[in-house]
Design a protein around this ligand. Structure first.
Ligand code: FO1
Length: 336
């Protein structure tokens, strides 16, 4: 079975770890007679260049979470982390100091930046990093959505409230904690972006496509903005099943509600499903969600969505997989 998943940061990575457990529990693990493979298409809109290094937060979160090296309570960065280098940079007054780069994490950024500088593509670099974290052994392939450098920037009001200015997504997300109203998001470089090798093929030839509960605007939404991706999702014979990132209209973590507000979309599972309406076949929403207004177009399943433990996460991932498998062969979707 070939599974393709579009993933952003922390929530997406945790869901993928649950998917790995669910596949193993079903005898589809890497050592089984019929191993499933999972291709993860990772968001690179969060990427930022700091201190001359290319940092890819959403790719790194997937690598560390699947590889067993993630700082579990943060959901990003490395476990057993030190901050000696960060302290030295602060002593020298090097900016910015609002984005914490741990010593072990910096190993990833130095290796990536070195290899990029030697001419390797982001796809090639990501494959090398993933090999160290054992992703191939578990049947997972992580592909950046594009090898073209892109960055999400956020347009916010000027400090004096007269005009507006753009800040990098990470400054809005981390320093401003998304507390300043975003007027719009601009993915710099997307006008020149093309899908990374294997991305469109992974969508077209999948048996199942899954959308983990990642941010629908700045993670899934940015991946959908890569030319060709949305068309591939519309055209794939694979059932496309997603998991709502909202419980009770609120994100479980992060600032998805602030992002939805910025694009004028209601913070509800129904509204997020509407953003995916032209390709979505199935949608998992929380047990508390009673909106059935779109159940005629999408197979809606209600269940607990909180990924409160590895077993709970594996059950959620298994439910998404089961819903997708139940929708196979339902024929071409009525393009909304
Ligand atoms: N998030 C924070 O809230 N504060 C940080 O200092 C921070 C540093 C950081 C460093 C590397 C990395 O890969 C992620 C980091 N993040 C930090 C998380 C990051 O902002 C988010 O994981 C994504 O970009 C949004 O999904």
């Amino acid at each position: 079975m070939k599974i393709t998943a579009l993933a952003g940061g922390v929530g997406g990575a945790r869901f993928l770890r649950g998917l790995r457990d669910a596949l193993a529990a079903r005898g589809l693990g890497p050592m089984s007679a019929t191993p499933a493979t999972v291709t993860v298409i990772g968001n690179t809109g969060d990427d930022i260049t700091l201190f001359g290094l290319r940092v890819c937060p959403d790719l790194d979160t997937v690598l560390y979470t699947l590889g067993g090296g993630v700082n579990e309570e943060q959901g990003w960065g490395r476990a057993d982390e030190g901050h000696l280098l960060q302290g030295e940079l602060a002593a020298y007054g090097v900016e910015p100091q609002w984005f914490g780069l741990g010593d072990r994490d910096l190993g990833t950024h130095v290796a990536r930046s070195l290899w990029l500088g030697q001419g390797a593509s982001l796809s090639e670099v990501t494959a090398r990093l993933a090999a160290r974290w054992g992703l191939p052994e578990s049947g997972f392939t992580l592909r950046p959505m594009t090898d073209t450098p892109v960055e999400t920037h956020v347009v916010i009001p000027d400090d004096d409230g007269t005009g507006s200015r753009a800040v990098h997504f990470q400054e809005w997300w981390v320093r401003l904690r998304a507390a300043v109203a975003a007027q719009r998001f601009v993915v710099v470089g997307m006008d020149r972006a093309t899908p990374a090798p294997g991305v469109l093929e992974a969508i077209r030839t999948a048996d199942v496509v899954l959308l983990p509960p990642s941010n629908p605007v700045v993670s899934i939404g940015v991946i959908l903005g890569v030319p060709g991706v949305r068309d591939a999702l519309r055209g794939t014979p694979a059932p496309v099943v997603g998991v709502s990132p909202l419980v009770g209209g609120r994100p479980v973590r992060g600032h998805a509600d602030a992002c939805l507000r910025a694009i004028g979309v209601e913070s509800s599972s129904a509204a997020v499903a509407g953003l995916y309406a032209d390709f979505l076949d199935g949608w998992l929403v929380d047990s508390s969600d009673s909106d059935g207004s779109y159940a005629d177009r999408v197979a809606v399943q209600r269940r607990p969505l909180l990924m409160s433990s590895p077993p709970a996460t594996a059950e959620l991932a298994g439910a998404a997989l089961d819903l997708a498998l139940s929708l196979r062969g339902r024929g071409a979707r009525a393009v909304g």
